[in-house]
Design a protein around this ligand. Structure first.
Ligand code: ANZ
Ligand code: ZN
Length: 803
């Protein structure tokens, strides 16, 4: 038979599939929408790590196709954003130009994977026909009161010269460039994602997503229950309200801490403390939230004033410290050092009394060395609350506090409204006109898209204005409402804007009348399976859910969750688990591997390197193993096609077992073990074929169909070699017959010194040792002497020789 030549085989089938697409909508099949997180078209092209996600999604897609679905499997480009703009600043090339070149290159690389993307559905977030709808959504949100302007201190990246959302600040640094993030007071466009907080939280239950991701979203939303308690300031006609999730510990509050930005902070300073207080407030204003919360030594300053604990009338000192955030709760907390770690650390450092109010076994700890943070035990040192269970009190205290008139029960969220403006060029212009008479007026929907104008310099101004502010003829306009002279908003949208809804557009990407038509939305949406990296657990995935819920509410789509199922693939890393990156010089390009081993081998190896949900280290040498497997399988099928033997029971059994194993492993996304499964069965078939001269065509055909989603070219060629005239992708995914999987049971005689004493039932698959053990167990007491020999004639007789 012909030896495997990957170049020829792959070329042949690619040409064939271009004219005979395998995924066709016959109007009868149910749809299955399998979506990849669309790439940012960076100038570096794809490395083997990017391949992994695309291979996983293509394997899953082809599997669903063989299960009888019409596939929605689109691809597009998330092409606005900083890298293209930074490149423009450096090289003077318009971002649209460099982006187009990058897209062409990456598209070529993606085509090497031979994934069945439907390029008719392609979208590009920077295409005016696309961002028209990104702007349209913004206008709709504005009209619904969900987009508003607010002056506030925002995260500011001094290097990218733009504002950042909380989600884009990682450990106090800019997610993009790594520079330390500072604060800047700027007028911002905000999206009221907080209005959707409860739905975003509650609907997590509906999703077939990894628990880890759901938890990250729930934590990000951060809903908590507790109470607001009012403390009088001693000697002033003022009250300070604190937010606490542990009102049960009220008697243990020995001090109060305010965020340095709290509106009372300066007022509380006395003559002696004023200088220190003002210095502290200034220093804190220069730090980011994340910096302030990070685990390092607590800092703080005593204001000189005291508050009165409303439950017991005790005077407690009021401090300022940057571990209290201004924009969470009320920006002020009551501190219970005995039962809160941060408060304990602070009290220890500044010598503030610690009063225990919950005792684990009813006993007070003599010298506390750490806070007791559980809400379990009985109340002590707590006046009328003494003796109560702290867990019960924790639930009841908010209501009790409300009744006492010293506060009220409340719910709090960590989620903040989304800072939606960027002071950069390469983004969607925010379609708003500022009019002296009418205020903020949206650009009329029929005038969208509001095109991004050409500029001479992409350089951000650094003053907090975008480069668009320099283009007078663009900025100066008239008010759509009253016709007076007015100015355009010059900020652009964040990169997340387009990616928050792009998955809806694929299925109707040429529609000029609507974001997506009702019929198409109903027929093809939502996404059944979304595949991408876990780094998007909160940002993109939360924003997309928010957008989808909004579009549901205004009647664009009739579902309110975009992604039914989610799979996060792990990263492919270089040696020692180091992330592949150009700067580290450890990037492995797929191009050479495709040339030397073929697309099919690389596809298999991308899966074989490790469990798809975990990070895996790449080692080029490993691809040899899968290449050898493909060659062996190739030869087996070709030889079997020539030999054309009739099926035996053994072959039927192996066939059914293989279908069962491969299907169950695939269904549970254990893709690496699917590949090792192919190798194991291949070896079994080769062993069997040595005895039988070949394997029957149905069994070989079944193996070929199972392999088709993984190694499509090889499968197509071998399917043809088996004599079929239709295509392998026109087949149905094989079913297995459980009865046929069972090993045969046979009865064999068990002898002692050649005389039959009993019989046992064994499976034909049983190994010699296991048969002997079973035989000896069946003989029991009859075996009284010393065993000198144990004989097994396979499938016939066991003979134990004893003295
Ligand atoms: C007293 C107390 C006693 C607290 C105790 C905890 C344990 P979550 O679950 O995150 O909502 N807190 C309130 N506002 C804060 C702010 N702006 N910055 C920093 N910390 C703040 O936690 C709420 C708890 O975090 C509140 O309950 C408060 O400390 C603190 F044994 O009040 B607690
Ligand atoms: Zn006006």
């Amino acid at each position: 038979s012909v030896p495997y030549n990957h170049k020829e085989v792959e070329k042949k089938w690619r040409t064939y599939w271009e004219e005979h697409p395998v995924n066709v909508d016959d109007g009868k099949k149910p749809k299955y929408y399998c979506l990849d997180m669309f790439p940012y078209p960076s100038g570096n092209g794809l490395h083997v790590g990017h391949w992994r996600g695309y291979v996983i999604s293509d394997v899953w897609s082809r599997y669903k196709m063989l299960k009888g679905y019409y596939l929605i499997h689109p691809m597009g480009w998330d092409a606005f954003g900083l890298p293209a703009e930074n490149y423009a600043i450096k090289m003077g090339v318009h971002p649209a130009k460099s982006t187009a070149a990058n897209i062409a290159n990456i598209k070529r690389q993606i085509n090497e994977i031979e994934a069945i993307y439907d390029w008719d559905m392609e979208v590009n977030t920077t295409d005016p026909e696309f961002y028209k709808w990104t702007q349209w959504i913004f206008v709709k949100m504005f009209k619904a009161g969900l987009a508003y302007e607010k002056e506030m201190p925002i995260n500011w990246c001094p290097s990218c010269k733009t504002g950042l959302a909380n989600e884009e600040v990682v450990n106090g640094t800019c997610e993009r460039c790594g520079a330390d993030v500072t604060k800047k007071n700027l007028k911002q466009w905000m999206l009221k994602i907080t209005e959707y907080a409860d739905r975003l939280l509650d609907d997590l239950d509906k999703l077939d997503w990894p628990e880890k991701v759901k938890k990250m979203q729930a934590d990000w939303i951060g809903k908590s229950y507790g109470a607001e308690v009012n403390f009088k300031v001693d000697g002033l006609d003022e009250e300070i309200t604190v937010y606490t999730t542990r009102p049960d510990t009220l008697h243990g509050a020995t001090f109060m801490v305010l965020a340095p930005e709290h509106k009372m902070a300066k007022e509380l300073a006395t003559e002696e403390t004023r200088e220190a207080v003002e210095k502290y407030i200034y220093e804190a204003s220069m730090k980011s939230n994340v910096d302030r919360l990070q685990d390092k030594e607590k800092t703080g300053v005593f204001t000189g004033s005291y508050a009165i604990n409303p439950i017991n009338g005790k005077k407690i000192p009021i401090w300022l410290s940057d571990y209290v955030l201004a924009d969470y709760g009320t920006g002020a907390i009551m501190c219970v050092p005995a039962h809160d770690d941060r408060d304990f650390e602070f009290a220890t450092k500044f010598n503030i009394p610690i009063i225990q109010v919950i005792a684990k076994d009813g006993k007070e700890i003599e010298n506390m060395t750490e806070a007791y943070t559980e809400a379990s035990g009985t109340m002590i040192n707590s006046g009328e609350w003494n003796g109560m269970e702290s867990a019960v009190l924790k639930k009841e205290a908010p209501v009790m506090i409300e009744k006492m008139g010293i506060g009220k029960k409340t719910t709090n969220y960590k989620l903040r409204d989304w800072v939606f403006s960027r002071q950069r060029y390469w983004g969607e212009p925010i379609p708003i006109v500022h009019c002296e008479h009418c205020g903020c007026v949206p650009v009329p929907e029929e005038e969208l898209p509001l095109l991004l104008p050409e500029v001479e310099s992409y350089q951000p101004t650094g003053t907090g204005e975008s480069p668009l502010a320099d283009i007078d003829e663009w900025v100066n306009t008239t008010c759509p409402k009253c016709g007076a002279k007015a100015k355009r908003e010059t900020n652009t949208m964040p990169q997340w804007a387009g990616s928050s809804w792009y998955f809806l557009r694929y299925v109707d990407n040429k529609n000029k009348e609507a974001l997506v038509s009702k019929e198409k939305a109903e027929k093809y949406l939502p996404v059944d399976m979304y595949i991408g990296g876990v780094e998007h657990a909160v940002l993109h995935l939360l924003y997309s859910r928010f957008y989808t819920k909004f579009l549901h509410d205004i009647g664009v789509v009739d579902f309110d969750e975009p992604f039914v199922k989610l799979f996060n693939q792990g990263m492919i890393t270089g040696k020692n688990g180091i992330k592949m990156s150009k700067s580290k010089g450890n990037v492995v390009s797929p191009d050479d591997l495709v040339r030397d081993y073929g697309c099919d081998s690389l596809r298999l190896y991308e899966l074989f390197v490790g469990p798809p949900e975990l990070d895996s280290e790449w080692d080029d040498r490993g691809i040899d193993g899968v290449y050898r497997f493909l060659n062996r399988f190739w030869n087996l099928v070709q030889d079997s096609a020539d030999a054309n033997v009739a099926e035996t029971k053994e072959m039927v059994k192996l066939r059914n077992k293989m279908v069962y194993d491969i299907t169950t492993r695939l269904e549970s996304f254990s893709l690496n073990t699917v590949i090792s499964g192919f190798m194991e069965y291949n070896n079994k078939f080769i062993d069997l074929a040595k005895k039988t001269g070949g394997i029957d065509k149905e069994t070989m055909g079944t193996a070929v169909i199972l392999l088709a989603p993984f190694a499509p070219h090889v499968a197509a060629e071998l399917w043809e070699a088996l004599g079929h005239t239709d295509g392998v992708f026109e087949q149905k995914w094989p079913e297995y017959d459980e009865a046929a999987m069972k090993d045969d049971e046979i009865e064999i005689a068990v002898q002692i010194n050649g005389k039959t004493k009993t019989t046992i039932e064994i499976s034909t698959e049983m190994e010699k040792d296991a048969v002997l053990t079973a035989a000896k167990a069946a003989l029991g007491d009859k075996l009284s002497g010393t065993i000198v020999k144990e004989i097994y004639v396979p499938g016939r007789i066991v003979n134990i020789v004893q003295k």
